[in-house]
Design a protein around this ligand. Sequence first.
Ligand SMILES: [Zn+2]
Length: 306
Amino acid sequence: MSVLNQKTLKKAVKFEGVGLHTGKKASVTILPSNPNTGIIFKRIDFEKNNIVLPNVYNVSNATLCTTITNEYGVSVSTIEHLMGALYGLGIDNALIEINSQEVPIMDGSAKIFVEKFLEIGFELSEAPIKLIKIMNKVSLEDGSKYICIDRSNVSLDVDFEIKYSNPLIGNQKNKINVYENNLSDIYNSRTFCLYEDVENLRKMGLAKGGSLNNAVVVKDNEVLNPEGLRNELEFVNHKILDCMGDLCLSGHKIVGRLVCSQGGHKLTNQLLRKVFSDNHNFSIFELKEKNIPHSFINKTALKSIA
Ligand SMILES: [Zn+2]
């Protein structure tokens, strides 16, 4: 069977924990699903109108986390780390049942999701994967924030930069190839915030479930978590994880080169909306061995996509 076929999990897996922002307990079960069904969220605490599709146009709020909402007003929030895990591992199809509004934050990264998915293993289907190939450069600016995506041959590159006035975070930059690099550091990197922002977040009714067990908190030159950082570039690496999770809302594997400075959920979503607003910006095709385009003739690189 071709490695270019669509993938799902071998069996169902359940995670439990609290939501970072709501502070509410939630359990989420990721079930295997049929080819060409994509990733689907189902709010099992509702009897009807409970399907919420993680697509670019269903993003209803992208401040601090990514929230998706269906046409009946039913939402799922903080989907980005789970989605980042699915995207990085190339899981094309999954039904995600959740009994509350917010996906549990776990340890603040995608580590726990990824480890469990790898332990369970994957089931390959007969259906070929689909790719979104970026054809034209699309860019966006918002003050000092910038994001663009351009064409690439077979890879999805994410080149990300953050600039903080906090001396410990400072300027960090990293670049990854999603289909070829070892992404352990990306998956393991936790969400973070500044100590002085915690009180404000709480006043806004956010971060109610936040603690040193699920977020890195930085005060001046110090990381308040006793265990310290997990890797040298943990801050920018977490932003790359967020970005991968938000790119997963495109529905397919993207072939392109993304560059972002100081962006986040909102900018990534705006970029995807701009890409899909014009058919000349992209093309979608099934990657069957027999219809591989000229730009995909490097078979070894192809394997890394699947
Ligand atoms: Zn995040």
